[in-house]
Design a protein around this ligand. Structure first.
Ligand code: ZN
Ligand code: ZN
Length: 477
């Protein structure tokens, strides 16, 4: 791994995409709350309706010619075929002060007054429009609340999946008998769920994107998936010590299995600490989260420090129970926990899009490099030879040390400037500002002539890199 090597941006889906994919795959094409495309697509010509499985409605009680609501005959017809009070309200076309079932009950009461025989003509007690799903709303909300107990949130997004045949049936009946402006089943269900939740928690907002909590309800099985969405924190870290990997490094002997092994002392880790965990663990604890992921702007070798204003990163906090926490306190916890190995100046909340920005960013970097070489010429000659690399474009073949995981190719990179050259005995220290993606160690030792030109070729001596620091990452926030 090279400190300055741009981290490959994998073509993997990020979780947001995965979630959307899951939502639309697992839930067929019914999509989310207000996505009525399926209902439109599946709308069939009216004549198909009569060839369908409509035997329930056959017989003397069904009036195929009933007018649509709000005509009294339309309402009477819906009551006959067993429509529930919730559905009667949403497609009956009469608005009243009541809501939901209560409003439907008013319509039903009026219809019964008009036609005393009507109650005896009801053909089924199972609502053909919703299969009595509205009766399950209390149960659904109860289970959602239960799974969220102890979790902070202020916004929820609901998705509901309904069986295709129910949607088709509902659409046929509603488009034939429903009043103009009838409310489709899916949005009516979601709204009823919202209303029920509001009655117990009036601080929650229902949103259509970027919720704290995403809930998917399966109308067929009543299965509920409650997803606590991750939080994202942006910051910059300074890595003040060497021998500290940026990310968790699983034990080579046991490959990081949970119980670990003898060689890793049961930790499963090759190195006990990492930048990821020194920053992530105290935050995970403070927000009572399940886990964290670390997204850094590029990586650094384990033996490279990162100084200056630090390396930008985004910490993803998974399934946090707390969402509202003082950022200053989080910063203090990180700095305390890392006992001088890592420092963070500030943190800010951000969203997932920042992960991609940070990963894809290609910033110039300034390094301090110290190397050793035998038989150095005098200081002036060495200084002028190294200075000659300032502003030079170099060709770098893929270094041997990374060739097992990178395609062989030649990169052209610019060494923007070179300075602060210090010759001390057989050691030389200098700073270099380089274009993003420069292999800096190779710039010094040439990787057996695979980087041209190099410090080694400029001073005509074999160079051994002693250490390297990232002095500054020239990134905009
Ligand atoms: Zn119904
Ligand atoms: Zn191990």
């Amino acid at each position: 791994m090279d400190e300055d090597e741009p981290k490959a941006v994998e073509p993997e889906l990020d979780e947001e995409d995965e979630w959307q994919l899951y939502a639309s795959a697992g839930y067929a094409s019914t999509g989310f709350i207000l996505d009525e495309t399926e209902e439109i697509e599946d709308k069939q010509p009216d004549d198909v309706w009569f060839d369908g499985d409509d035997s329930d409605f056959e017989g003397n009680t069904v009036n195929w010619d009933a007018p649509p609501c709000p005509a009294p005959l339309g309402i009477a017809h819906l009551i006959k075929i067993g429509v529930c009070d919730f559905c009667l309200h949403r497609i009956g076309g009469r608005r009243s002060d009541e809501r939901g079932a209560e409003a439907g009950a008013v319509l039903r009461g009026e219809a019964y007054v008009r036609d005393k025989e009507l109650p005896s003509k009801v053909t089924q007690d199972f609502c053909p429009l919703c299969e009595n799903l509205f009766e399950d709303i209390g149960n659904i909300v109860e289970r959602v609340s239960e799974s969220l107990s102890g979790t902070d949130y202020s916004t929820i997004q609901f998705g509901i999946h309904l069986p295709k045949d129910l949607i088709q049936e509902e659409d046929r009946i509603r488009s034939k008998y429903g009043a103009p402006g009838s409310y489709p089943l899916k949005s009516a269900l979601v709204e009823a769920i919202h209303h029920r939740i509001r009655s117990v928690n009036n601080r929650v907002d229902f949103v259509k994107e970027k919720p704290d909590i995403m809930v998917l309800v399966d109308g067929l099985t009543l299965r509920i998936d409650v997803d606590v969405r991750p939080l994202f924190l942006y910051g910059r870290y300074r890595k003040l010590v060497r021998d500290l990997p940026q990310t968790r490094w699983p034990c080579r002997a046991c490959r990081g299995r949970a119980e670990g092994c003898e060689s890793c002392g049961g930790t499963g880790l090759q190195y006990p600490d990492s930048v990821q965990d020194l920053i992530g663990e105290p935050i995970k604890e403070a927000l009572d989260a399940d886990d964290t992921s670390f997204h850094g702007m590029g990586r650094e070798d384990i033996d490279v420090r990162c100084l200056g204003s630090g390396r930008p990163f985004v910490l993803e906090v998974k399934r946090p129970s707390k969402r509202d926490h003082s950022l200053d306190d989080l910063v203090a916890r990180v700095n305390e926990n890392s006992s001088g190995k890592v420092e963070v100046d500030g943190l800010s909340w951000c969203d997932r899009s920042k992960v991609r920005k940070v990963k894809e960013s290609r910033s110039e970097k300034t390094y301090t490099i110290r190397f050793r070489a035998d038989d150095l010429a005098d200081e002036e000659t060495v200084t002028s030879a190294i200075s000659s690399l300032s502003g030079v474009v170099i060709d770098q073949e893929t270094p041997k040390r990374v060739s097992h995981r990178r395609a062989a190719k030649t990169r052209r990179r610019k060494v923007i400037s070179v300075g602060s050259i210090l010759v001390e005995g057989d050691e030389v220290q200098f700073s270099a500002r380089c274009e993003a993606g420069t292999y800096v160690k190779e710039l010094v030792h040439s990787d057996e002539g695979r980087t041209v030109p190099s410090v080694q070729s400029a001073i005509d001596r074999e160079c051994e890199v002693l250490w390297l620091d990232v002095e500054e990452i020239h990134a905009d926030d």
